[in-house]
Design a protein around this ligand. Structure first.
Ligand code: MOS
Length: 767
């Protein structure tokens, strides 16, 4: 089935925040961001800005009617600066004016003096100075201390990954409309309507039933709107609440890039030990997460880095330590993969370090250590593994030996161009790591004409979740999908929503919808049984026709629904789903946190121009564990997008903050994201079809985040290509592998002849 939004998207008719018709009298806001990363405000002069025609009011922290606090996990984040600024881009004041242009112009007339304080941008420095968001977390399995003695080979090193700008096509924004009796309705571009509701209530000082949050859809989220939509919603709601006028703020791109946090940069140290059979016996890693100036979601992101620190591998002795380090960058936040990719990069770097030193292919070590069913993850859960199945299938259908030979032949025949090859297995746990978040609700109404309305806590952000939920209802009722409408996500209809995040949205909300639809169907069948004097167990609906024991009854869906209505049977249901089985004990750091894991393996081929340092991704060939996909078009779309986004993070997206904490890569002229030319020439996706029982919606496994991590293969493919040109190159494990870094590595040698004489015949031992 096609994505149900495809027609309105194509025609430009889909409604995003900025497309909501504006009410008469609407005012417009604009935040004034701190230009200094850390300091004390000594003067805040609003006079010139206030004198401008059309400026209605400028809000500062003293205008907040409730609490000046939007921190979700830890209350450490003021909405508006109160004497101190903690990051460059931190909102200090909020101008409200009659037009967006006047509001923006007025922010330029605000005069602020700040006495600067020392700025920390490096997480290791923050950790040394004791600037931690939460105490360190440690995951342990076996005993690394004694395992080193049994290792034939031990390698140590460091690995760094940079952050990543979300670059959702639709920027952040909110539109708040005051209602009677001090209530407020907030339209927000958020993945987390309830988080927005909570933040607004805290800032306004009102109970949750006074605030209604409504979301039609987002033009992308990628994690950036899981926590960070709260700021704009709270600012608009505060202004609407105080001024009794609708207030809207839709950020422009540069405001958005400067004021919001990104994917967390990580800096890590690893130590890996292998026995003589190249089995990894021990792995220790210490990760330093650059959390930015406030907690935001950093502790949860850190947790997922721990969970995914051994990726798809079974390592009997592990010790993983992770620090969430407070710096003076904008608070970093969720981003597709949520810390998982950062953890996985380090183990892949450790394996590459071992492989390069031993003169074997990384793939040999990777394959040799894939996790098998029954093996234990460092957090105590036993794997139901598809790691080997995905690896075997992708290497067989694409004939890895032939690929390897082709690559070797190419490299032997070319001096200027070199190809590199990497395999990237992925294993990603599905469920929020915080167990209580794994619940969802659905409200289903069947109207008397037979049409159906569904509300859930799921936010549609281009990932196709509404299409999947619609499919669930069409499947249960066996009606034409055109009879079903997915409503906006609204906290008045669905309460206490978990964010649309953690790849789990379709599973959680889809299961709740499945339960609600099933309950209504049960009632309808009871009506039919009574009217037809048949047993309810033999009644079936197929394509809107009623059958009893396989025989047509002449009744239609419509007639059944109307009959049930006239008999005063409820045609509405609100259902609640909570993922069974999962649990986690934080005191032991052990449990069964995930409903299931998603597996996959990618073969990535990169081609480097060794004169200029530029490169192309030739192909990404994937076998992905979908379970039994309920929508192959939607799922393939998620994989293609995830791969390209992952390649962007690993190869070109270079976030630059200077030493004073100012974002230098603050626009698309200085921050390069993948375009159509940087998409691999070939993305080939094969399904690992299994009909094994799992906790996914209709056995169709979650697909949102896992494919991003295939992009990590692009880094290692580039590294391989560079080493084909310059085997002596010492290349730090530092992503992204930008053309500048590639060029430096290509010619990194004390002896220029070494590069020129790079052996085209160097043995590649992939496979
Ligand atoms: Mo997503 S990174 O779980 O919002």
């Amino acid at each position: 089935m096609k994505n149900i939004d495809s027609a309105t998207h194509t025609r430009g008719e889909s409604i995003y925040l900025d497309d909501i018709p504006i009410l008469n009298g609407t005012l417009f806001g604009c935040a004034y961001p701190s230009a200094v990363a850390h300091g004390v405000i000594t003067k805040l002069d609003l006079a010139a800005a206030l004198q401008m025609d059309g400026v209605i009011k400028i809000f500062t922290c003293s205008d907040i009617t409730g609490e000046n606090q939007i921190g979700g996990i830890i209350p450490d984040e003021p909405l508006l600066a109160d004497g101190h600024v903690h990051f460059c881009g931190m909102p200090v004041a909020f101008v409200v004016a009659t037009t967006p242009e006047i509001a923006r112009a007025a922010t330029k007339k605000i005069l602020v003096s700040i006495d600067p304080l020392p700025v920390i941008t490096d997480p290791r420095e923050a950790q040394r100075k004791g600037e931690l968001i939460v105490p360190p977390r440690v995951f342990k399995m076996g005993d690394t201390d004694s395992a080193w003695a049994a290792c034939e080979y031990i390698f140590e090193g460091s690995a760094d990954t940079n952050g990543q700008e979300h670059l959702y096509i639709e920027t952040q924004g909110a539109y708040a409309v005051p209602q009677e009796n001090n209530a407020v309705r907030v339209y927000s571009s958020t993945q987390a309507p309830t988080a927005v509701q909570r933040a607004v209530c805290k800032v306004l000082g009102v109970p949750m039933h006074q605030v209604e949050v409504d979301v039609t859809r987002l033009g992308g989220g990628f994690g950036g709107k899981e926590d960070q939509a709260n700021t704009w919603a709270a600012l608009c709601a505060l202004a609407a609440f105080v001024l009794k006028k609708p207030v809207k703020y839709s950020l422009d791109r540069i405001e958005d890039m400067a004021m919001t946090g990104k994917r967390h940069p990580y800096s890590s140290d690893f130590k890996i030990g292998l026995d003589k059979n190249l089995k990894i016996q021990a792995y220790e890693v210490t990760m330093y997460q650059n959390a930015g100036a406030a907690a935001d979601l950093s502790p949860a992101v850190l947790e997922r880095s721990l969970f995914h620190s051994t990726n798809s591998y079974f390592i009997p002795n592990t010790k993983v330590t992770a620090y969430s380090c407070r710096t003076h960058l904008p608070p970093n936040t969720a981003f597709r993969g949520f810390g998982g990719p950062q953890g996985m990069f380090v183990i892949e770097a450790a394996i590459a370090a071992a492989a390069e030193s031993l003169g074997v292919a990384a793939a040999v070590i990777q394959k040799n250590n894939l996790i098998q069913t029954g093996d234990e993850f460092p957090y105590g859960q036993k794997a139901v593994s598809e790691a080997v199945a995905c690896w075997e299938k992708v290497t067989q259908i694409h004939n890895l030996d032939a690929i390897k030979k082709e690559t070797d032949d190419f490299n032997a025949g070319n001096t200027i161009y070199k190809k590199g090859l990497a395999l990237m297995p992925v294993c990603f746990g599905i469920s929020f790591t915080k167990t209580p978040m794994n619940q969802a609700r659905a409200l289903v109404h069947v109207y008397s004409d037979g049409s159906i309305s569904i509300s859930t806590g799921a936010v549609e952000m281009g990932q196709g979740v509404n299409t999947k939920i619609l499919q669930v209802a069409a499947h249960v009722f066996s009606v034409d999908p055109a009879k079903i409408r997915l409503q906006t996500t609204n906290t008045g209809r669905i309460a206490n929503t978990s964010p649309s995040a953690a790849s789990a949205t379709a599973d959680l909300n889809g299961k709740a919808a499945l339960m609600a639809c099933t309950e209504i169907l049960k009632r309808l069948k009871a009506v039919a049984a009574e009217e037809l004097k048949q047993d309810a167990g033999i009644i079936e609906i197929k394509n809107e026709e009623l059958f009893a024991a396989g025989k047509a009854t002449g009744w239609t869906w419509q007639k059944l629904v109307m009959t049930a209505f006239l008999k005063r049977v409820s045609l509405s249901e609100h259902a609640h789903y909570a993922t069974p089985v999962i649990h986690f004990d934080l005191t032991k750091e052990k449990g069964h946190p995930f409903a299931y894991h998603v597996y996959g393996t990618a073969i990535v081929i990169a081609k480097v121009d060794c004169l200029r340092g530029i490169y192309e991704m030739e192909s990404v060939k994937v076998v992905h564990d979908f379970g039994a996909s309920m929508n192959t078009a939607v799922d393939k779309g998620q994989i293609e997008g995830g791969i390209v986004q992952g390649i962007g993070w690993m190869t070109m997206e270079e976030l630059v903050y200077d030493a004073s904490g100012v974002l230098r890569s603050n626009a698309l002229s200085t921050y390069k994201v993948p375009d159509i030319y940087s998409v691999p020439k070939e993305i080939d996706i094969h399904f690992l079809d299994t009909d094994k029982d799992n906790l996914a919606i209709l056995r169709s496994k979650a697909v949102g985040e896992p494919p991003l991590m295939y992009g990590i293969g692009a880094y290692f493919a580039l590294r391989d290509a560079v080493r084909k040109f310059n085997p002596a190159a010492v290349i730090p494990f530092s992503a992204p592998m930008t053309p500048e870094k590639v060029l430096t590595a290509l010619y990194h040698t004390k002896n220029k002849e070494t590069a020129a004489a790079a052996s085209p015949n160097e043995k590649s031992v992939y496979g």
